[in-house]
Design a protein around this ligand. Structure first.
Ligand SMILES: [Zn+2]
Length: 321
């Protein structure tokens, strides 16, 4: 899915992209790409195991992604939801959108948030999810990253969100439930729309010059239950990976060749992509869960881990990942 689109008016990170002016062999501008399932090829780099993603969660996520009925929801299919508005569907569209299941969405949100925090911390940044500075409107985003130097500002605040791209709680015309919110499944519009909503809610308030503390850049970090990622979050992951590679060669005191640098950057990006891909899958599985089912509610899985020293060398050093 091409995620870096021309005309993305909300982007504050394009100016920081290290490949902004790069061209491929045909003179075409290099674009970042993100395949929602590509992280599966590097699961071993993030300590994947049954403790972090057991069989029931794996089944829920995989069936969700390929459009199959979710085994956890099949037993309650056609039963009336506690909201009294709709029957459950086995594809999870109602559970993903019903207000009765906000706890599920909170759990999912925390999984993705902690994974992003972990990525930032492993890159050497001070990243916190408690005591986040308030915006002028007395609202708090989710993650504060100190001294990251992005978008012309020293600090960054991030707000995380996971959207569902199918209708599941439409009352006016119930036939729309189960259909795509946007008729073009490849369109970034649903992700961009959520990002824009976040930007309107937070960005100006965090950078107001009349604040007593220093202004902060604001970034939305949006993913979808399909595993898709919004452009700004992908750019953030890539910029962090690029800086990790720079730090790596600085520590070595080495002046790498272009090939050596892009290979090292791809190692970090592959790892970060696996962290966020796995976290998104865990989050989706935790959303497709009914407390009324005779299942043990499991504690939140830990953020993905992994030792970069043991990362596999990716087969390609291209930026297209
Ligand atoms: Zn409901």
């Amino acid at each position: 899915m091409p995620s870096e689109q021309d005309g993305d008016v909300q982007s504050i990170l394009q100016q920081d992209m290290p490949i902004a002016a790069d061209r491929d062999d045909n003179g075409k501008k290099v674009q970042l790409r993100y395949s929602p399932l590509a992280w599966l090829s590097s699961l071993s780099s993030v300590g994947f195991g049954s403790k972090t993603f057991d069989n029931a969660d794996w089944s829920s996520w995989f069936c969700q992604v390929i459009g199959m009925p979710l085994p956890a929801l099949v037993p309650v299919r056609d039963r009336i939801c506690a909201c009294g508005r709709h029957h459950f569907d086995a594809h999870g569209d109602h559970v993903h959108t019903c207000k009765k299941y906000t706890r599920n969405r909170y759990d999912a949100h925390q999984i993705l948030l902690k994974a992003l925090q972990s990525i930032c911390q492993r890159a050497g940044y001070v990243a916190t999810i408690r005591n986040i500075p308030e915006s002028r409107g007395q609202r708090r985003a989710d993650l504060f990253i100190k001294d990251i130097q992005l978008a012309g500002m020293q600090d960054l605040v991030v707000d995380v969100s996971i959207i569902h791209e199918f209708h599941g709680d439409v009352l006016q015309d119930v036939r729309r439930n189960g259909t795509l919110c946007n008729p073009d499944p490849s369109s970034p519009a649903p992700l961009d729309s959520k990002a824009k909503q976040k930007v309107l809610a937070y960005r100006d308030d965090y950078r107001r010059p009349d604040r007593s503390d220093r202004p902060k850049a604001f970034l939305p970090a949006i993913m979808a239950t399909s595993g898709r990622i919004q452009g700004e979050m992908l750019r953030l992951l890539f910029i962090i990976s690029h800086r990790q590679a720079e730090d790596y060669f600085d520590r070595l005191g080495d002046d790498p060749s272009n090939a050596a640098f892009t290979t090292r950057r791809a190692i970090y990006h592959t790892h970060n992509r696996a962290c966020i891909g796995l976290a998104c899958a865990q989050a989706v599985a935790s959303r497709a869960y009914l407390p009324s089912l005779p299942l043990q509610r499991r504690p939140l899985p830990p953020p993905p881990q992994g030792d970069l020293d043991f990362l596999p060398i990716p087969s390609s050093s291209s930026q297209d990942t």
